[in-house]
Design a protein around this ligand. Structure first.
Ligand code: ADP
Ligand code: MG
Length: 350
């Protein structure tokens, strides 16, 4: 939460001027700041996504999700499905089912919600709403009229635990991700130098569009970058030719619209030939994978009750697709198989 108090307002100020949706969220956040809204209990259900950068062989973070985290349920079921298939057919395939790590994402997230509920009800009579969990509210379409915005504000003003609170929601914006990657910013929130170095190693190149030199490089070599607006849910990123055109247009306008986007180094994972199943049909294609690590965080005032990894989500997509969403139709659910060395494992992915 330290991030929010000191950083959110300033780093999103310019974004706010050009992005109506983020502006509305920030407005709610500012209202809460103005009345010094007390939020003793904080609950975060997160997913941090990574891709394996083939050049450095390291996992680089794609983004941190803090609202409506998808697939703790189906993700863990697919791991169990793959494990069961290997229990049945592992011998024939020469694969060991124990090498698929256990994935308890669904029950661990449920446990976090239950613990938040009981924390809240410790000294209350249990007849009020204790936890508000958002399965929507992260995209402009979720607010077709003023009524939805009023509801969002009302929930924020309530004493219920919000998962996420407005500040937690905003921490998941691409703009905050880019600000955190600036020199000396992590140092403001973490004391341990080793932790800082480890975190920084997982950051890809991230830049604001104020950086003229990077904008110039991205126009020259758009294939090495991804241009991202302040949106969640897939299908919003800009690549290649469109990226160049958008940057040239934004530069011409010379206005504040540059602040609505961030630029990110494009990560290139190694592609492998994989059988995929979609709608009951199996086909083979070159694919790349994205690993998400679920995390649960629960705090009551200064007492941290839970701060754990909660399982994983593996998504595999055809390498020719820019986007990664399963629900949006770009990717399929998958599992991790641990090996002692890097080798291609011909399992089927759903
Ligand atoms: P969203 O909030 O819409 O999920 P993401 O930042 O996760 O936005 O981007 C959507 C998808 O685009 C990712 O799942 C991934 O497949 C792809 N992607 C995003 N950033 C990069 C990057 N830097 N390099 C390569 N692919 C990326
Ligand atoms: Mg994503």
């Amino acid at each position: 939460m330290k991030i929010l108090r000191s950083n959110l307002t300033f780093c999103n100020f310019r974004t706010k001027q050009v992005d109506d949706f983020t502006a509305r969220l920030l407005e709610i956040h500012q209202k809460m700041m103005a009345v010094n809204k007390k939020e003793d209990i904080r609950l975060g259900l997160h997913r941090s996504d990574y891709m394996l950068d083939s050049e450095t062989n390291s996992l680089l973070q794609i983004e941190l999700n803090t609202i409506s985290i998808s697939f703790p349920g189906l993700g863990s079921l697919v791991s169990e499905l793959h494990r069961n298939l290997l229990i049945q057919y592992g011998k024939v395939l020469g694969l060991d089912s124990e090498r698929i790590p256990r994935n308890w994402a669904a029950s661990q997230f449920a446990d976090a919600l239950a613990r938040a509920w009981s924390e809240y009800n410790n000294d209350r009579d249990g007849r009020i709403v204790s936890v508000v969990y958002f399965r929507a509210g992260y995209a402009p379409n979720d607010y077709p009229s003023e009524a939805e915005w009023r509801a969002r504000l009302l929930m924020e003003q309530s004493s219920a635990i919000k998962c996420p609170s407005i500040s937690y929601h905003l921490v998941g914006t691409k703009k905050i991700q880019q600000e955190l990657a600036k020199p000396n910013v992590l140092e403001r929130f973490l004391d341990n130098e080793e932790d800082i170095a480890k975190l920084r190693k997982s950051f890809a190149g991230l830049w604001s569009l104020d950086n003229q030199e990077i904008v110039k490089s991205a126009i020259e070599k758009p294939e090495l970058f991804v241009l991202k607006p302040q949106r969640e849910g897939g299908g919003n990123n800009i690549y290649g030719h469109d990226l160049r055109e958008t940057l040239v247009k934004l530069q011409k306008e010379q206005g504040e619209s540059l602040a609505a986007y961030i630029l990110m180094q494009r990560i290139f994972p190694k592609a492998s030939l994989t059988p995929l199943v979609r709608g009951g049909v199996c086909f083979e294609d070159l694919t790349i994978s994205e690993l998400g690590i679920f995390g649960g965080y629960l705090r009551n005032k200064d007492r941290v009750i839970m701060n754990n990894p909660c399982g994983y989500l593996m998504r595999t997509k055809v390498s020719s697709s820019n986007e990664g969403g399963v629900a949006t139709g770009f990717a399929v659910l998958d599992s991790v198989y641990l090996t002692d060395e890097v080798k291609y494992i011909p399992t089927t992915h759903f």
